[in-house]
Design a protein around this ligand. Sequence first.
Ligand code: A3P
Ligand code: MG
Ligand code: MG
Length: 380
Amino acid sequence: PTNHHWHQSSATPEQTPPRSQTLCTRREAYERAFPLYKQPVEVGCFSLDSQRRFFNDSRQMRYYVEPDRSPNFDLSDGYRGRYVKRDENVKEKLDHILRWIVANRSKLKSKLSPDASCPLDFDFVTWRGHLTKLLTTPYETREGWLLAVTRFNGTLYISEVETEAARRERENRPERNQEMMYWGYKFEQYMCADKTYSEPDPSGVVNTNEAFCTVVQTRLTDHKLLFSGEVDCRDKDPDAPPPPACYVELKTSAEICTPKQRSNFHRFKLLKWWAQSFLPGVPRVVAGFRDHDGIVVSVETFQISKISQLIKNEYNCWKPTVCMNFCCDFLSFVKREATEDNPSVVYLFSWEPHKDVTYSVHRDSQYSFLPDWYIKEMTC
Ligand code: A3P
Ligand code: MG
Ligand code: MG
């Protein structure tokens, strides 16, 4: 087996390599063949309405509308007056996914019997966004993360905890950054219609409580995964392929004027965009390039499958295989270390840039995140 990424404290006489309580995040340790990643399959979806209420259906689905070649969208329009912002102080943890699991448990096959969902036939349940953070970890130099893990009925639930640094940054976000966050959502409003037959309505309110989420299952080597992620919109063509292949991710980015800007776009933006969409099998990103005043000057489509080719000319650039191998080894590390099956125990995995992943164990603490209603429902 390849153990070159494990920290070896000292030479040991045993045949088996020494097990470390830490996991290395250096890119060189993950440069090996691309791991098996099964084509993600959508097993369901859910919606969150303008008041962030859960619905076990696709009512918040939106449809992609091809824009003009030079669209001139004003992304600041409505920032003062037509903006309802989700309350970021409310920590939803895995609650919406757990509600979806409870509502759809009869559709999910069990490890023991094909009729019951107890225990779940998944090794991991989490948000796509948490997996995106894992994929980009070997290349991240600025922001660390905290991931709470609980083993319950054999399944490992992974839920992010906001770091102190992230909370401070959020609470001290400059006004300009607040407005730039709005730009991304405003772009979605310019590009999406509520119905297959309707047009976008830029005169409406931007409400960031609203979301349509896909739930997908897949496998990364021997890790069976169930995760959910927000989807911006879908192809409205009734002959489009079934989900997730019909989904479209929307993004905004500063317009590219210099070779340096192009290089940075390849190195940083495309890494994040690739990781986010590759995981659920979303095949394309439609990007709006905007100037300093938030005016979209051009729109370009990126096929996720072509991104690794696009970046190959970049010196010392990120590699998809490193991202996937690190994620895979992190999940193996979690499986090996988070052994106690107990909904009130949290293994808190912690990472800071330029360091190894470490963890601590917490019993009946502030970190416990599986709600009583879920434990009750899933205890068979
Ligand atoms: P952009 O994608 O244009 O940056 P998503 O792209 O994942 O659908 O997210 C929609 C928008 O939410 C983003 O638009 C951005 O404005 C905002 N957003 C998402 N994640 C963010 C983050 N970590 N920090 C700041 N803004 C974020
Ligand atoms: Mg989105
Ligand atoms: Mg988007």
